[in-house]
Write a protein that binds this ligand. Structure first.
Ligand code: SAH
Length: 243
């Protein structure tokens, strides 16, 4: 059986990988992924063949993994968080028809919205959206339209890819759109390096967030009209009646 696993590793900490993800790695003789994630796996993939390409080599990485699996080497394509959320799963499935004998098995992982929410408190208690501020593959006007929709619908939003070297102002532009719908005191949160060395988190207002610089290892949470700060935790009230 020719097999390629699409494995979500969770945020980074081995304790946040699922048992199914561990089993898929154990079953694989080759592991494909961005070098940082292969390094995070450490001894768990010792002795396995590594298939790496630089950050922007996604297409080549997917083709390499499919071709390796087609040779008969069980292969795992690993992504941080979940492979189907801004990861490689979709591209692999788009290319898969070129390698019809390869069976593709998806293994879900804990995405940054979930692991980050647990660090901050319970910001995702009610309906929420996830938006990436990266305009490498999605045009910026489309991202703005989606942010407008989030504002109108009073959704809590988790923002992925909030910054990069080239795009320092995307977060402040996103905050400006949400400030049209929410007050400057709207409760927001940042989580950096979830499950990795250097983990840090902060709860701050939307006005403060607008003027905060973040990096690409950060996930940003913007609360809605029901989000409050309780004892240093970000909590979205769901409407339970209590005193
Ligand atoms: N597939 C990943 C997302 C990849 S997009 C997932 O499901 O989590 C990359 C973005 O994810 C980063 O810019 C950041 O916003 C978020 N992210 C991924 N891992 C993170 C971590 N360990 N800590 C904080 N944010 C993280």
């Amino acid at each position: 059986m020719k097999r390629l696993y699409l494995v979500g590793l969770g945020p980074g900490d081995a304790a946040m990988m699922t048992a199914e993800a561990c089993a898929a790695l154990d079953d694989s003789a080759a592991v494909a992924g961005y070098p940082l994630y292969l390094d995070l796996l450490g001894d768990r993939i010792a002795g396995k063949e590594r298939l790496t390409t630089p950050m922007r080599g996604e297409l080549e990485r997917c083709r390499m993994a499919l071709a390796k699996a087609d040779e008969g080497t069980t292969t795992a394509m690993v992504c941080s968080g979940d492979a189907g959320i801004y990861g490689m799963a979709g591209l692999v499935l788009e290319l898969a028809s070129e390698w019809p004998e390869v069976q593709i098995v998806s293994v879900p992982g804990i995405t940054a919205a979930i692991s980050g929410a647990a660090v901050l408190g319970a910001p995702l208690m009610n309906d929420f959206a996830v938006i990436s501020l990266s305009d490498l593959l999605t045009p910026w006007p489309m991202i703005e339209r989606r942010l407008e929709g989030v504002g109108l619908a009073d959704l809590v939003v988790a923002l992925y890819n909030p910054s990069s070297h080239k795009r320092k102002d995307h977060l402040s532009r996103a905050c400006d759109i949400l400030l049209k719908h929410r007050g400057p005191g709207c409760v927001c949160g940042l989580v950096r390096n979830i499950g990795r060395d250097g983990r840090a988190s902060e709860i701050l207002s939307l006005a403060e967030l607008r003027d905060t610089e973040v990096d690409m290892f950060t996930t940003v949470f913007i609360g809605n009209s029901q989000t409050v700060e309780l004892g240093g935790r970000m909590v979205t009230r769901r409407g339970y009646a209590h005193d």
